[in-house]
Ligand binder design. Structure first.
Ligand code: AMP
Ligand code: MG
Length: 331
């Protein structure tokens, strides 16, 4: 495509990224806060704007599989041929909500990888994002475009609400369709390891790779530590209002007066509460995932004493949903 074939908004956003500025842009997972991954000053600003600990690495976004391979240093892999085969086996998931961790080339600055030797890479499944990445002609580090610890943004308005003038430009692509952050899988060792569950599930990865994958995502409070990756913070995705999981509710304790409720499916049960969000009529996990963060945000603005959220089986996409909710309910 020629530069003139891109919309003026994408041309503007790409120009800003090349100048080392910060541009929030839509992906299929959540909105990203983008910066040139080869520009240490731009990357340091991302950490500053988010209030993100410098020990928490960023995911680097690229527009194609060829570009993804280009930023991996195979010579520093324990088994370069195996790594290459595994990436080929995962290729069909891209563009899509999957990030892979592998040794990085020097061109990706150390700051975007929290000083480490490895990089998380992905190709987002969103036309605007892909066009922006293609036109920018540089790998773009993009963590979720929210203050560290708060709920990830799934609309451009969420980004403006949280970051306002701290970002140089927000590219508006409507609501994100997956609504949860990408699956992160490490390919550094012989056994691939899921560092963060997402819409690409463990069983999808096992089928594609033809081997077992380890799952380091916490299942309950007990196995959260030790942290494998610097990014695996216990408390995360948290509204300011306390979040209680419905299956942890103790019926003996009286509820506070102003309670918000998030239900996973339609319910006829009379609910005597201030605010109710029904994420899906039918209990569909994809709909629940897509609507979860916006519901948490909306209720968080209502000055409630507590938000009670439904739970689901931590299997498939349910594992990603419960991972976020366990962290959101950490105090
Ligand atoms: P965010 O972009 O805010 O959704 O967070 C990105 C997450 O990806 C981090 O919190 C880490 O869990 C993970 N990640 C990114 N880069 C690496 C890496 N090099 N090694 C391990 N995990 C990583
Ligand atoms: Mg994040």
């Amino acid at each position: 495509m020629h530069t003139d074939d891109y919309t003026p908004e994408i041309q503007h956003a790409a120009r800003l990224l090349r100048e080392g500025k910060l541009v929030a842009f839509p992906t299929e997972t959540v909105y990203g806060l983008g910066a040139d991954a080869t520009n240490p000053a731009a990357i340091r600003r991302v950490f500053h704007v988010k209030g993100r600990p410098s020990s928490n690495p960023l995911i680097v976004h690229v527009p194609s599989f060829t570009e993804l391979l280009r930023y991996i240093d195979f010579s520093r892999s324990k088994d370069p041929a195996l790594l290459h085969n595994r990436l080929k086996a995962l290729e069909h998931f891209w563009p899509g909500p999957l990030s892979v961790v592998a040794p990085r080339v020097r061109e990706i600055c150390a700051d975007s990888c929290a000083g480490g030797d490895t990089v998380a890479l992905r190709i987002p499944r969103h036309d605007m994002a892909l066009q922006l990445l293609a036109l920018s002609q540089t790998p773009i580090a993009a963590p979720s475009a929210n203050p560290s610890m708060y709920i990830s943004p799934t609309t451009a308005q969420h980004v403006r609400d949280n970051l306002g003038d701290l970002v140089d430009y927000v590219l508006d692509g409507g609501a994100c369709d997956v609504g949860l952050e990408s699956t992160v899988v490490s390919l550094l060792d012989e056994i691939p390891t899921i560092l963060r569950p997402g819409a690409i599930t463990a069983s999808m990865l096992e089928t594609a790779l033809g081997c077992k994958v380890k799952d380091f995502a916490p299942r309950d409070d007990a196995d959260i530590s030790p942290l494998l990756s610097p990014g695996m913070l216990e408390k995360h995705y948290s509204p300011n209002t306390p979040v209680i999981l419905r299956d942890k509710l103790d019926n003996a304790t009286p509820l506070p007066t102003r309670v918000g409720v998030i239900r996973f499916s339609d319910t006829t049960e009379p609910l005597n509460t201030e605010a109710i969000k029904i994420l899906s009529r039918s209990g569909d996990l994809s709909e629940i995932a897509a609507n979860l963060f916006a519901a948490l945000r909306d209720l968080d603005q209502m000055n409630l004493d507590m938000i009670i959220v439904d739970t689901c089986e931590p299997v498939g996409l349910g594992a990603a949903i419960m991972d976020r909710l366990l962290r959101a309910s950490k105090r």
